[in-house]
Design a protein around this ligand. Structure first.
Ligand SMILES: [Zn+2]
Length: 122
């Protein structure tokens, strides 16, 4: 068998499967000479996907992250299978929203605490 790294992903016999859930995935070369497991047959509009999770296909067949913000409203993208995999934990897709939720949790807890009695200074 030849060098697996040089084979175009679409020409390989058999489709790879997710090692976690067993569903088929598209193992696709990235422009950084790595591989990414993409969700097959799904191309959502880029603006509904967090910027760091949008993959677009280049003319050479490799994929790259499409972090343009704001994205072209008609641009479609691919997503990693791990975002849709039921057997893997969902990564933090919107870190700023997670930070806001954490802060609001802290604020709500502070409001629920009884007011502290200050020592009598007089
Ligand atoms: Zn999976």
């Amino acid at each position: 068998m030849g060098d697996y790294q040089d084979e175009p992903p679409r020409l390989r016999a058999g489709q790879p499967h997710c090692p976690h859930c067993g569903l088929p995935v598209d193992r696709t070369a990235t422009d950084e000479h790595d591989w990414v497991l993409l969700e097959p047959d799904m191309t959502p509009l880029a603006h509904v996907v967090p910027p760091q999770h949008r993959w677009i296909t280049r003319s050479d067949g490799r994929v790259t992250v499409y972090a343009v913000s704001p994205p072209d409203p008609t641009q479609r993208c691919r997503i990693e299978h791990r975002l849709a995999c039921a057997a893997q934990p969902l990564p933090d897709l919107w870190p700023w929203l997670t930070t806001l939720r954490t802060e609001n949790h802290r604020r709500a807890r502070r409001r629920a605490e009884p007011a502290q009695d200050w020592p009598d200074a007089g």
